[in-house]
Design a protein around this ligand. Structure first.
Ligand SMILES: [Zn+2]
Length: 155
């Protein structure tokens, strides 16, 4: 049988480089600059009466413009988590509802997989020298977790 007539799935793997520039806008700019000060900002939708984290210019519920910036806690409650198994080890991501926020915030977790459950309390582990980037928060850990561990992967 000729190869072109085969029903066998053919897969090729390739990496693409996709450089881009993104203009943050006022709300995202404020969010990122606050991260460098170890603070987390949300934006308030007065129509829905929701505090949205990260701060954003539009409400995802009513599509209206958001208003005031609101500082929320760097501690919150884990809503959902997923573990990705990589060659280098597992990496865990979670949706975290920070105290004072009405929406969940996606970030990396450093929590033992057997400890993961909805409702788990977690707190940000800040980078020692935070930049105005999402990586100013290294990950979220359980309160009281060692500050010494900064490695990748679940623990
Ligand atoms: Zn709204």
């Amino acid at each position: 049988m000729a190869l072109v007539d085969s029903d066998e799935r053919l897969v090729f793997h390739q990496r693409i480089r996709l450089p881009y520039r993104y203009t943050t806008g006022d709300q995202t700019k404020a969010f990122l600059l606050a991260l460098a000060e170890r603070r987390i900002l949300g934006s308030r939708c007065e129509e829905c009466r929701l505090t949205l984290v990260p701060a954003r210019p539009f409400c995802p519920i009513c599509a209206g413009r958001t208003g005031a910036l609101v500082e929320v806690s760097d501690a919150g409650t884990l809503e959902r988590a997923t573990v990705r198994i990589r060659d280098e080890g597992p990496v865990t991501f979670g949706l975290i509802r920070l105290d004072g926020a009405d929406t969940a915030f996606l970030h990396r977790l450093e929590v033992a997989p057997e400890r993961l459950r909805s409702g788990l309390r977690v707190v940000a582990r800040w980078d020692p020298d935070p930049a105005p980037e999402i990586t100013a928060i290294s990950c979220f850990v359980e309160p009281g977790a060692s500050e010494a561990s900064t490695g990748d992967g679940g623990g």
